[in-house]
Ligand binder design. Structure first.
Ligand code: SF4
Length: 64
C-alpha cells in the first residue's frame, strides 16, 4: 500500500504550494488548510520533491 502524506494542520500556512504543484493529491480542506485526498495522485518521489521538500514550513510528513 502506498504511503500517505499527512499535513500538520497547526503548522500549515495555507500558501497553496502543495495544491498548485500536486492538485491530484492535495486540496484545501473546509478549514482552509491543505489535506491529502488521494495519496496515489502522484508518485512517492513527486510527493517528496514537489510537496514535502517544497512546503515552506515543512509541515507535510509521511504517515506510515
Ligand atoms: Fe500548507 Fe505546506 Fe501545502 Fe503550503 S505547501 S498549503 S504550508 S501544507
Amino acid at each position: 500500500m502506498a504511503r500517505k502524506p499527512w499535513v500538520d494542520e497547526d503548522a500549515c500556512i495555507s500558501c497553496g504550494l502543495c495544491i498548485n504543484n500536486l492538485p491530484d493529491v492535495f486540496q484545501f480542506a473546509d478549514n482552509g488548510k491543505a489535506e491529502c485526498y488521494d495519496p496515489e495522485g502522484a508518485s512517492e518521489q513527486e510527493i517528496q520533491s514537489e510537496a514535502i521538500d517544497a512546503c515552506p514550513v515543512l509541515c507535510i510528513h509521511w504517515k506510515d
